[in-house]
Ligand binder design. Structure first.
Ligand code: DGJ
Length: 729
């Protein structure tokens, strides 16, 4: 997996299908030589003979000679101030105030397995994965700064995990003002960039744009990864499609401010970088201190975007997350939010639970409004004690009554926040993020607790532990409903003020680490006004994620299609809600809403007490159907077939783990007059094998299904959907 070529001082990292090659130039600086489809062979320095680099290479003297140039070369982790003129991977202000770094190669180590990233989440490596980690050590003698580049090779999963660790040994403090996780210089192939952007109610929409001279990039300075952007990018060729062509993709295992940039130089060489956003990042390095960047995951696909997604889905589903839910089928739940918002009492919740049970559901989730005196969004965050007006018998009695019906009980929290109208704020007005003598902006009437503080972390850990221990709570929804402003912390000295955003994230990870280890059997669901923090960092602690507050069956198609570029369907929770839809006012058939949610982690969020008998009977059937198929839906191989961003129609499929069953869904949100005959073209079937279509009873070969396609039924009216279940004979 990791091969060291002594002749050239180069490293060849190979997974099943991919290669990644680094060479040390003049025994001083690591060069990025290659990342892509698996190559065989050893020597690689000849690749620097490209015409525009020849001059630099032949003339290149030793690195200490004044004529040595950093321009033109493809660097692996570029320094700042040396004359490269492209963006550095890191930068350091030394005790004199100079910004210059020159870290040279000092050696390498190859480790069995994968060392943890202290304080940060990262992808697991099991002994049976047989992973290896390459550490390339660099050192800047003047700064007395060690820079270790880490590469863990997941051969079986076709993934390389990368991060950097800094160790400082200078007597006087220096400041790290940039510390990225990835920098890659690619001579060709990166024609376009795909990113996942949007807003609340419109998360993870796909945007694809050309990479041209200069910088193409995006990021977040909202304190969280955000609705607006996702720490993920795929660099693709002009002709890359869902099924063919090349994609070089990367995602960050991180949940705070981040940036992604692609810088194209005049020769068409592109430097792609990803990591913590530089804005307001200034980390003090004192003697003996270390700084660890978040982990980044690198995936190359030669089989289009679906190939990329298959690789991400398998790794993330199997090696990200913790607790006992990772491999288990997720339950069908009823959530009370759209059912009753803040207005409920014990009896009302019980009536909903009874209806849920009758329909075959397995979990009742009590959403916002159960604590303090929270009758709307303006109060009580931080006061994690039950509202006796609504639940006079307390949480235990409610959980017991729900359990007695044969349902699990789950509860909503928003632990990172504080309302000004709360007991907690009265006691600790300094516990929120704030800048002294400045206004405190209340977005959704709330402030952020300052999780960079240990006492605040302890408060959250203790108060949640108390609630989670007081009743049989088997599910938690961890919400987060605002973005950061006035991100200052009382406890940090002047020279550490630029550390608040990152320290916040580290504090959050510490709290999550302790709670999820303390309650490993709870099903933890991540949420942030829907999908504002749906990133791989958070998912290291959670088993599923509320993808969006937009529950409209049509709007969901694009949100889920985009999310599936990176995220496995079992993580993407999708609730069937009532019509007219609460966010968009649109009315769609119940069967369409089922089809929209079913390929993912399906649940319900509506007032079942208002449903007609016919709707209740349909719901009963839906739940039965989902439970029968959910193993393959949640753990099978998901493939996108038709892109709703290209026209509105959408299709995707799931193949069961054993390859014997195929589910295909097609959606046509808006009817068109006199349309061409429509078909959907599944992929990945066994060409000669016969498949029975369980709806029509027709038996067809895999090749016919894939080549001729499945015909879409004639229909009239908007919001049409169709589903096929094919079983191999
Ligand atoms: C935002 C979430 O996304 C919703 O599902 C709901 O839990 C509300 N917050 C509650 O305030």
């Amino acid at each position: 997996m990791i091969h060291y070529n002594e002749r050239e001082n180069s490293f060849h990292l190979s997974t099943g299908k991919t290669s990644y090659i680094i060479a040390i130039h003049k025994n001083a600086y690591p060069l990025h030589m290659y990342w892509g489809r698996r190559v065989y062979g050893d020597d690689v320095m000849w690749a620097l003979d490209a015409p525009y680099r020849r001059y630099a290479r032949i003339m290149q003297p030793g690195p200490d000679e004044p004529a040595y140039t950093h321009e033109f070369f493809p660097w692996e982790y570029p320094d700042f101030g040396t004359g490269d003129f492209r963006p550095a991977a890191y930068s350091v202000i030394d005790p004199n105030g100079d910004n210059y770094s020159d870290a040279r190669y000092v050696g390498y180590r190859i480790l069995d397995g994968k060392p943890p990233l202290e304080g940060l989440p990262s992808v697991n490596a099991m002994p049976e994965d047989g992973v290896e980690t390459l550490v390339i050590s660099l050192y800047d003698e003047k700064l007395r700064l060690a820079v270790d580049l880490y590469y863990t090779v997941y051969e079986k999963y076709d993934v390389i995990a990368r991060h950097t660790e800094f160790r400082y040994d200078g007597e006087e403090p220096s400041y790290l003002t940039k510390a990225l996780s990835v920098s890659i210089d690619a001579p060709q192939g990166f024609d376009e960039m795909i990113q996942l952007c949007g807003s609340a109610l419109r998360e993870k929409h796909i945007v694809r744009r050309p990479i041209a001279n200069g910088t193409t990039g995006f990021g977040s300075i909202r304190g969280v990864s955000s609705h607006q952007e996702t720490p993920f990018a795929a660099l693709v060729g002009k002709n890359t499609t869902e099924h063919t062509g090349e994609a070089w993709a990367m995602t960050l295992v991180y949940s705070g401010n981040f940036s992604v940039t692609a810088d194209c130089d005049p020769y068409g060489s592109v430097r792609v970088q990803m990591g913590i956003n530089e804005t307001d990042f200034r980390w003090q390095l004192t003697k003996g201190s270390t700084f660890i960047t978040p982990e980044a995951l690198l995936v190359y696909s030669g089989e289009g975007l679906n190939g990329m997604s298959h690789t991400f889905h398998t790794l993330l589903r199997e090696r990200v997350g913790r607790g006992s839910w990772t491999d288990k089928e997720r339950p069908v739940l009823l959530n009370t939010w759209e059912a009753c918002y803040f207005t409920f009492d014990h009896d009302h919740v019980m009536k909903l639970a009874q209806a849920a049970k009758k329909a075959g559901m397995e979990l009742l989730v009590l959403d916002d409004g159960w604590f303090g005196h929270r009758d709307n969004a303006t109060s009580s965050l931080g006061d994690w004690f039950v509202d006796k007006k609504k639940l006079p018998r307390g949480l235990k009695a409610l959980a017991d009554d729900i359990n007695a019906l044969g349902l699990k009980f789950g509860l909503w929290f928003e632990p990172e926040m504080i309302s000004v109208d709360s007991e907690l704020y009265k006691a600790h007005p300094d516990w929120c993020l704030h800048v002294a003598d400045r206004k405190r902006s209340e977005w959704r009437d709330q402030l952020y607790l300052d999780l960079s503080r240990a006492d605040v972390q302890e408060y959250i850990i203790d108060s949640l532990t108390e609630v989670l221990s007081c009743a049989n709570i088997e599910y938690v929804k961890w919400d987060n409903n605002r973005r950061m402003s006035e991100a200052g912390s009382d406890l940090l000295p002047r020279e550490r003020k630029g550390e608040v955003y990152h320290r916040y994230v580290l504090g959050l990870y510490r709290v999550l680490d302790i709670l999820t280890k303390r309650f490993p059997d709870i099903l933890w669901e991540n949420c942030s006004s829907g999908g504002a923090r749906f990133d791989v960092g958070m998912m290291c602690y959670f088993a599923q994620n509320w993808a969006s507050d937009d529950t409209d069956g049509t709007a969901r198609l694009k949100i889920q299609y985009g999310s599936s570029l990176l995220m496995p369907p079992v993580w993407i929770t999708s609730h069937i809600s009532e019509c007219p839809n609460h966010q968009l006012g649109r009315t769609t058939p119940l069967s369409y809403r089922e089809h929209s949610s079913m390929p993912f982690n399906m649940g319900y969020e509506l007032n079942m007490l208002r449903m007609t008998d016919e709707e209740l009977a349909m719901t009963n059937e839906q739940v039965k159907r989902y439970k029968a198929l959910r193993r393959m839906i949640q753990f099978g191989e998901f493939t996108r077939l038709q892109d709703p961003f290209d026209g509105e129609n959408c299709a995707w499929q799931t193949v069961s783990e054993d390859g014997r069953e195929v589910l295909v869904w097609y959606y046509k949100p808006f009817v068109q007059p006199e349309e061409a005959y429509l078909r959907v073209f599944p992929t990945g079937l066994d060409e000669k094998a016969e498949y029975t279509d369980t709806v029509t009873g027709r038996v067809l070969t895999g090749s016919m299904i894939m080549q001729i396609g499945l015909p879409i039924d004639w229909h009239n009216g908007d919001s049409f959907s169709q589903m096929w279940h094919l079983i191999k004979k």
